[in-house]
Design a protein around this ligand. Structure first.
Ligand code: NAP
Length: 484
């Protein structure tokens, strides 16, 4: 497939390509251009040239173009879901949900962009007008990871476009295919240069985009390490950084939680997309009195999940995205075992699947916070369970992390619920319904999990800068002017 610059498909100036493989079979699906800084230059120049006219395009016209893109994605729904399943690996229902969510995000921001814009505030004196204006920045660089490549791109692109910015996007080298196909089939009615996609490695294309002087905003989703790298690279340029980074989300099971439902909720929260969600449950805290029964029920449930290629209708849990990601999970499990943890189920590569980056869903007990699996982002299908004695202790354990993306609680006790959402430092708190997002609900992290919010009105605000206009309409002499 080809990159998308100034409204047409193009190859890289390098003439080189990157192979994109199916993580379930390790077979090459297709290639994309290995972009270079020169390609970034072309894309940014196109986006910069398109900005003045796009900025003047009315909110209604912009909304109509976004609605049209959503409608075209609906027309190509099955094709996009299939391609995304092949390159990303998660099961078809999870990819159908991703595409559905993504196109509805376009509709949501199309309308929000028509309704919100600045305000008139009281002026210091009579005869004056004080306006608070919201203006686009210019070219927005969007850099996204592989785990939800379409959703995370459109959570940025949709608000950036309706706010009047133009976009240069860089998908992950592991999952660029669906993005390129989506742009071809659903976004080619946008004026040339308004949307550009450059494929290539982060260290080349990503760095060139991040440091480009004509890109005043970088909207990035990915690891905390790359987020820190971007912050360091741009420190001298005073850019607007919108960073959605890693997590280590806790799930606290309260002593009143109905065991069977809590087990189902936890399995989903920890294992959707093979645990490769930024808000995957990565640490579980259960009252000591319930631990044995809970862990056994969970292990029983998890052992029934069917591992296989995402494209098979019988699959519950797909492969991981790559070998390096699986090795990290293996290291975390080995570290936990060496410090006294026990595996109840899983803990290995499935012997019956020879190809693909599969790892069995794994339940561990006897874990504590000295272990990497309870401190570092694992990003795989592991569920480490730790016992607690009091709810105070559970809250302290939930907060004992450098991250602050999401946190889950299962409880019907209103006092516990209130304490949890007031005291746990995370950008999203889920009570009894883990990982459910809301178009209108701002999403993002506290602490090392990031800066800024996506979705909701906050997600649009990120792509506007504020200007205050103070206008004295009569323009007479002021008695505080010289001479004193
Ligand atoms: P990653 O390695 O940080 O990569 C993310 C993106 O950044 C990719 O497009 C990557 O390109 C690019 N990149 C890599 N090095 C770069 C550089 N030097 N300059 C600019 N861009 C660069 O993360 P990942 O492995 O793809 O994704 C998993 C991580 O994303 C996890 O930590 C997860 O928690 C996080 N995540 C966060 C959220 C959230 O909303 N907070 C959501 C989803 C995922 P290439 O890979 O093509 O080189």
């Amino acid at each position: 497939m080809r990159m998308w610059i100034n409204g047409v498909g193009v190859d890289s100036t390098s003439g080189q390509v990157i192979e994109v493989a199916d993580p379930a079979t390790e077979e090459v699906l297709d290639t994309v251009p290995a972009g270079t800084p020169a390609d970034v230059e072309r894309a940014v120049a196109a986006a910069k040239a398109a900005f003045p006219a796009w900025r003047q395009t009315t909110a209604l016209e912009r909304a109509q173009m976004l609605h049209q893109a959503a409608a075209r994605m609906r027309d190509h729904f099955d094709e996009l879901v299939r391609l995304l399943t092949l390159e990303e690996g998660k099961p078809v229902p999870e990819n159908a949900e991703e595409i559905d969510w993504s196109l509805n995000t376009l509709d949501y921001y199309a309308e929000l962009g028509r309704h919100i814009r600045g305000r008139v505030i009281p002026s210091p004196a009579a005869g004056q007008l004080s306006l608070v204006l919201k203006e686009p920045y210019g070219v927005v660089g969007c850099i996204v990871p592989w785990n939800y490549p379409i959703l995370l791109l459109l959570w940025k692109m949709a608000p950036a476009l309706v706010a009047g910015n133009t976009v240069v996007a860089k998908p992950s080298s592991l999952t660029p295919l669906t993005t390129l196909r989506m742009i071809q089939v659903a976004f080619d009615h946008f004026p040339p240069g308004v949307i550009n996609v450059v494929t290539g490695r982060g260290s080349e294309v990503g760095d060139a985009l991040v440091t480009h002087p004509d890109v005043p905003v970088i909207a990035f989703t990915g690891s905390t390490a790359v987020g820190q790298h971007i912050a360091r690279l741009t420190a001298g340029q005073i850019k607007k950084l919108h960073l959605e980074l890693g997590g280590k989300d806790p799930f606290v099971i309260a002593d009143d939680a109905p065991l069977a439902t809590a087990v189902e909720a936890l399995s989903y929260a920890a294992l959707i997309n093979a645990g490769q969600v930024c808000t995957s449950t990565e640490r579980v805290y259960v009252p000591r009195t319930m631990l044995l029964e809970f862990a056994e029920a969970l292990a029983e449930r998890v052992s029934k999940l069917r591992l296989g290629p995402g494209i098979e209708p019988t699959t519950d849990v797909g492969p991981m995205i790559g070998d390096a990601y699986r090795s990290k999970v293996e290291e975390h499990v080995a570290d936990a075992l060496s410090r006294g943890a026990k595996v109840l189920v899983g803990g290995r590569r499935p012997p019956h699947l020879e190809r693909g980056f599969f790892y069995e869903p794994t339940v561990l007990v006897d874990v504590d916070h000295s272990m990497r699996i309870m401190r570092e982002e694992t990003f795989g299908p592991t569920i480490p369970i730790m016992a607690y004695d009091t709810f105070d202790e559970a809250i302290a354990l939930a907060n004992d992390t450098e991250y602050g993306l999401g946190a889950c609680l299962y409880s019907h006790d209103a006092r516990k619920v209130r304490r949890f959402y007031e005291e746990v430092r995370a950008g999203t708190i889920w009570i009894n319904d883990p990982l459910t997002d809301n178009y209108a609900g701002p999403f993002g992290g506290m602490k090392m999990s990031g800066l800024g919010r996506e979705l909701g009105e906050e997600g649009l605000e990120e792509f506007w800068q504020t200007k205050h206009v103070h206008w004295d309409i009569e323009g007479g002499f002021k008695d505080w002017w010289y001479p004193y």
